[in-house]
Design a binder for this molecule. Sequence first.
Ligand code: CA
Length: 313
Amino acid sequence: MKKFNMRLLICVAVLFISAQANAYWWNSSYTKTKYPIVLVHGLLGFDQAFGVYDYFFRIPAQLEDGGAIVFVADVSAANSSELRGEQLLEQLETIKALYGHEKFNLIGHSHGAPTARYVASVRPDLIASVTSVGGPHKGSAVADTLQSVLVPGSTLEALAETFITGIAVFIEVISGGAGDPQDVIASMVSLSTTGSAAFNASYPEAIPLSACGQGQYVVNGVSYFSFGGTGVITNLLDPSDIVLAAGSVFFWGQANDGLVGRCSSHLGKVIRDNYPWNHGDEINQVLGLRGLFASNPISVYRAHANRLKNQGL
Ligand code: CA
């Protein structure tokens, strides 16, 4: 009996030590990409609010824990893909000048994805990869509906513009980026089906040629990936689910995440387009609230960083 206990003790000790070693290895190099990761926020997004609250909730720190160097971009909360792209490009140039990084892995959520594509298109020499998370590459039915309802020059449009600009300015203030130009109408044009088609004609890299296929995996030396969700109401405790449920109505039954359709999210290599996530879950919001059995977004971002690492990016 004593002998058995001793063996059991040794077994437990070995398991404990190997788990610790595994955890150390996991944390030290699992996400250690060759090039820094730059996270790019979407419409009405921010880098960090009040200096503590992440748009990509708890994701930057978790990627850093595994060895990645992470930067979080801060572009206008509401503006065109091109203008936001120019802002992002300027920030990358600054980081390069300060720290000497030659290239970057861009991960853009929602409007952050076309923003990242713009930079990869005009400056492929600076970009190792672009990853789109819930990006509206072929437009959003919600933006289309808003555009059709808000007739240019109407009182309703003026009111909506004032209201949304107010939110955008508020976001910039709380995230310390006050001064970035806001243009709600330009953002709606960029996110609409017609605006996206015009953008894709100018910046076509990795856009699927068929309605719901994949795009080219590598263009001009830049690797392209995408993932997205098709959940809508995923957690009754999350107040943002109500807004996304309202947005999903405009898709008339087609799979969507509350703001972006499943096929519109495709770019380059489609890793997965139907996580049971809504548009907020894709960035681990709000406060990590998601469906009971849904994949943890932090784990998915970490696994993706590991994918980039294994591809030498
Ligand atoms: Ca959520």
